[in-house]
Design a protein around this ligand. Structure first.
Ligand code: UDP
Length: 235
């Protein structure tokens, strides 16, 4: 295995499937199957999950809501998604812990770095909920931050397409896929694969990002054994 400890970043939208809102049971099942496979391979898996399928801070703020309050709602949405994923994984027999950046002891553990690492060593899947715990951030930045804190070998950014293209492959038939890009190219070209704060954090600390299609069966395993799947973002 090329990567022993990975951080998987899932957007909230990924959970909604074609319905565009909320949580789709079939998608959840598919995602948990892939995570279970990684767990069975002995890969240490940490997950950061977004909340865009339920609430996005910016969307609320554009309708006049206080931005911080709206971001708090967004972070709560990530907790809902985390619990749904934990439930799906545990139904398959995968030991899972949700660690929240906002204390919610009756529901999940608070985020404590050393505890997170210990869970990983015991081969429990951990799900980081509530982003960074701060408004004005995104779960992409939370993924970059936590990946650094737990010393992950790789951030796996799951998308619906199989990597980064020079233009939207859904709209343009002649779009060309990149096998590899430098962090600085992602920033300079304004590629919206992860927000710039997340890319910068990865660039400063040299943590590799792989953008790939998680919904193609077997892709996730191929990435961890080192096959060229999706697009690599490196130094
Ligand atoms: N959020 C936040 N701080 C964080 C992470 C998330 O305030 O550290 C809020 C923010 O409002 C964001 C929402 O949670 O819009 C959902 O996260 P995100 O948009 O990253 O979800 P995704 O696009 O991955 O579904």
């Amino acid at each position: 295995m090329k990567y022993k400890r990975i951080l998987l970043k899932l957007s909230g939208e990924a959970l909604s499937g074609d319905q565009g809102y909320g949580i789709n049971g079939e998608v959840l099942d598919q995602i948990s199957d892939e995570v279970m496979t990684l767990n069975e391979m002995g890969v240490e898996v940490a997950i950061v999950i977004g909340g865009g399928n339920i609430h996005r801070g910016v969307a609320g703020a554009t309708k006049g809501m206080d931005r911080t309050t709206s971001d708090h709602m967004g972070m709560l949405a990530t907790i809902i998604n985390s619990l749904a994923l934990q439930d799906a994984l545990e139904r398959k027999g995968v030991y899972t812990r949700v660690l929240s950046a906002i204390k919610m002891q009756e529901i999940c553990e608070p985020y404590i770095r050393r505890r997170a690492v210990r869970h990983l060593e015991k081969k429990r899947v951990i799900i980081f909920a509530a982003g960074t715990g701060n408004p004005y951030f995104t779960t992409d930045t939370a993924a970059a931050l936590r990946a650094n804190e737990i010393d992950a070998d790789l951030i796996m950014k799951a998308t619906k397409v199989d990597g980064i293209y020079d233009k939207d492959p859904v709209l343009h038939k002649d779009a060309v896929k990149f096998d590899e890009l430098k962090y600085i190219e992602v920033l300079n070209r304004g590629i919206k694969v992860m927000d710039s704060a997340a890319i910068s954090l990865c660039m400063d600390n040299d943590i590799e990002i792989r953008v790939f299609n998680m919904f193609e069966k077997g892709n996730i395993q191929k990435v961890v054994i080192g096959e060229q799947i999706g697009t690599k973002v490196v130094k």
